[in-house]
Write a protein that binds this ligand. Structure first.
Ligand code: 5RP
Length: 226
């Protein structure tokens, strides 16, 4: 079974969790897109809160009514992908540069379900470089401060994320530094240290946020809890 099929079956399984009347957080990325498609196919009376402009556009195309985060008091259920799913459902997110809006939506949600293909499941976080969202003003200086923190944790310096057309800019107008690590031995301590830097808006460590995971495997969808 290809990774894409694993993503699809995980997304379809998560869509079954949605009930009429819910406010639903819509994640970002190729796995979350399968969820959005499966949700649209159910034609339920729901409102979606998108975590990126890309997801908002997809949901609009598929006819899902949308609400902004500030238009709702809380979110019943958020379904989103991840770059890594580690012990206790600790996650690395932000490969799609949407980590800030994703974390804001997750934190406003009563229940968060992460969906992923089997390759995303890891014994320790860190093979995927950790995305860090940084304000654009003075970002080179912020990058130097991040390098100092990386050194304290025996990690390599972060790299500014680039695309073919130049620096990657997030929906919020910020830039992304990716921190290569190999293994993040102390995710909570690293996350706390990163948040002490003024130019850092947030990072892609999602700790104690996921309530369950649906992992698409060759044997079907496997449910994990923290
Ligand atoms: C976007 C994310 C995505 O959920 C993550 O990158 C996984 O993407 P995909 O489902 O395409 O593998 O965090 O910021």
């Amino acid at each position: 079974m290809s990774a894409d099929v694993q993503k699809r079956i995980a997304g379809e399984a998560a869509a079954e969790f949605v009930e009429a009347g819910m406010v639903v957080g819509l994640g970002t990325g190729s796995t979350a897109a399968w969820f959005v498609k499966a949700l649209a196919a159910r034609k339920l009376d729901i409102r979606g809160v998108p975590t990126s402009e890309a997801t908002a556009n997809l949901a609009r195309e598929l006819g899902i009514p949308l609400a902004a985060l500030d238009d709702v008091r809380s979110i019943d259920l958020t379904v989103d992908g991840a770059d890594e799913v580690g012990p206790g459902l600790s996650l690395i997110k932000g490969g799609g540069a949407a980590l800030l809006r994703e974390k804001l939506v997750w934190e406003a949600s009563k229940r968060c379900v992460v969906i992923a293909d089997a390759a995303k499941k890891v014994d320790a976080l860190g093979k995927f470089p950790l995305p860090i969202e940084v304000v654009r003003f003075g970002h080179v200086h912020t990058g130097h401060r991040l390098a100092d923190i990386a050194a304290e944790f025996d990690l390599l310096p972060p790299r500014l994320r680039m695309a073919d057309r130049g620096i990657v800019v997030t929906d919020g107008g910020n830039v992304i530094y990716d921190l290569p690590s190999g293994v993040i031995a102390e995710p909570a301590a690293l996350g706390a240290a990163l948040k002490t830097v003024t130019g850092v808006v947030d990072h892609g460590l999602f700790l104690d946020l996921a309530d369950e995971a649906l992992i698409g495997t060759d044997q079907g969808v496997v449910k994990l809890v923290p």
